[in-house]
Design a protein around this ligand. Structure first.
Ligand SMILES: NC(=O)c1ccc[n+]([C@@H]2O[C@H](COP(=O)([O-])OP(=O)(O)OC[C@H]3O[C@@H](n4cnc5c(N)ncnc54)[C@H](O)[C@@H]3O)[C@@H](O)[C@H]2O)c1
Length: 482
């Protein structure tokens, strides 16, 4: 099982086009002055053209996400994959062959200790193993002097996540956490230009996010007898059975359930957009489907969770509602910010890219015209993508035209977001990491460990509310590591 991502076709290596559409890049950079991603993109260009150093990279964990990281590096210049480590020969051999094909050679390892002992020249380690291994592997790699890109969620417990913060502090190393939306120019456009730069949404009172994935989405994962790992190896590396090894996300020993797997991305976005951790959370959820009955798999962690976070912001309370449902794929996955003047809906899928102006809000025309436009006035294409406008081919019968309330909601004015990403969603984040690894300067990282720690706490405290049934009030010290 892996997160379903909609991948934009990658553009050829080199030049600004590899970061985003050039017209949009210019538009956005003009509007934001020295915006975060303008700075990132400049360093990316410098890196791409720098003859100085080719960074040697090792991949640890060659499962679904490890493979995606490898693919996402295909248009990044100045790096060379030289090694892979995975306990599962099936994934390790496939990935070693791919690396060999692309980069000329690849050393394959079963054990991270072995890799770190032998690959002294490796500069960067990408970690994409189950969550319970993030902290120990990150510590080992940082202590070996490697720059580390570790996948989200930082860990399946707050204690392990805190250990990653400490490991970074102790070593002063480069540690980027794989919350890749932090480097996505589409998300940066929403935060820096729309939400803050021009305050187009007015006061945001509510956020919403969901990742709905139906039961058909290949869970539980299985494999053929011939590719199974022997039980001695599984035991050696801490896995109870092949079923648990493949479906580790649903067991607290290895992962944090769908709320940590999928919610990690979107709850992190609530914090990132609002520039604050929450003040409270109340949640409800349970094992609604994978309960072992009627031939279904039996998983430990809740497959369906709903949570409401409150953020105490200077303008008042913002409420953020989140749901992850594995029993329906209805309306897939996206994040939404709802303000008094407008609402925006975005996801990593470029199809979800709409912004709506409230009828009484100031005009947005100037933001959608000219070379500096950050919005696209394209009601016709917005039309088909969201339920706030009827489909154009749908002619309502006259009986449906009857208003049920004299003060029904007025239709909002539809626009699209004006910045696109013409690469795979992980590429800008990886590129930001390699830029910082090359300069050995952690200050440029788009998702440093302290920020990711606040997201890990935000997500994992959902379980506190699920356990007690009560609202959990965050304390400032929850988000700090001593
Ligand atoms: N950022 C994203 O969008 C995104 C998407 C999917 C997954 N992820 C994250 O990536 C990580 C991996 O997820 P996945 O979907 O690839 O899982 P997966 O189960 O497909 O792959 C995990 C791999 O790690 C290997 N592994 C397990 N124990 C190991 C050990 N001790 N040493 C070396 N290798 C070991 C397994 O054999 C397997 O090949 C998770 O933390 C997940 O949350 C992130």
């Amino acid at each position: 099982m892996s997160c379903i991502m909609n991948e934009a076709p990658s553009s050829p290596p080199g030049g600004l086009s590899q970061f985003m559409d050039r017209r949009n890049f210019l538009r956005t950079s003009v509007l934001t002055g020295s915006s975060l991603y303008l700075a990132t993109s400049k360093s990316a260009v410098a890196q791409a053209t720098s003859p100085d150093k080719v960074l040697k990279v090792a991949l640890v964990g060659a499962g679904a996400q490890g493979k995606r990281l490898l693919e996402s590096c295909a248009d990044i210049t100045g790096i060379q994959f030289v090694a892979v480590c995975d306990i599962w020969g099936y994934n390790r051999n496939q990935t070693a062959a791919r690396i060999k094909h692309t980069y000329g050679a690849c050393n394959a390892y079963t054990d991270i200790d072995d890799l770190l002992a032998k690959e002294k020249d490796v500069d960067c380690v990408l970690i994409a193993v189950p969550d319970f291994l993030h902290a120990p592997f990150t510590r080992l790699a940082l202590k070996a002097g490697k720059a580390v890109y570790c996948e989200k969620l930082m860990a399946n417990t707050i204690e392990l996540a805190a250990d990653m913060v400490r490991a970074q502090r102790e070593t002063g190393g480069i540690l980027q956490i794989g919350h890749q939306r932090h480097s996505n120019p589409r998300y940066l456009n929403v935060r820096d230009n729309i939400l803050y730069g021009n305050s187009l949404l007015g006061r945001v009172t509510h956020c919403y996010g969901q990742w709905n994935r139906g039961v058909s989405a290949s869970v539980p994962l299985t494999t053929s007898k011939s590719t199974e790992i022997d039980s001695a190896t599984l035991t050696k590396y801490g896995f109870g059975s092949m079923e648990e090894f493949l479906n580790w996300r649903f067991f607290s020993k290895y992962g944090g359930g769908p709320i940590a797997d999928l919610g990690a991305h979107q709850i992190d976005m609530f914090n990132w957009f609002l520039k604050s951790p929450p003040s409270s959370v109340i949640a409800s959820g349970g094992v609604d489907y994978y309960d072992g009955k009627d031939g279904r798999a039996k998983f430990e962690l809740p497959d369906n969770v709903m949570a409401i976070f409150e953020y105490k912001l200077p303008a008042g309370i913002t409420r953020a509602y989140y749901q992850v449902l594995t029993t329906t794929g209805s309306q897939a996955y996206y994040e939404k910010l709802m303000g008094i003047d407008g609402s925006v809906v975005i996801s990593e899928s470029p199809a979800t890219n709409q912004i709506y102006r409230e009828p009484n809000a100031p005009s947005w025309i100037k933001y959608s015209e000219g070379k500096d436009a950050i919005l696209a006035r394209s009601a016709a294409s917005v039309h088909n993508k969201w339920w706030e406008k009827p489909k154009p081919w749908f002619r309502a019968p006259s009986w449906m035209d009857v208003k049920s309330d004299s003060r029904e909601s007025k239709a909002l004015e539809a626009y699209e977001l004006g910045v696109t990403l013409n690469r795979k969603p992980h590429s800008p984040h990886l590129e930001n990491f390699f830029t910082c690894a090359r300069s050995k300067d952690p200050k440029g990282l788009n998702c440093p460990v302290d920020e990711a720690f606040r997201s890990a706490v935000t997500v994992l405290k959902v379980y506190e509310s699920l356990k007690t049934g009560a609202k959990y009030e965050f304390k400032p010290e929850d988000f700090k590591v001593a």
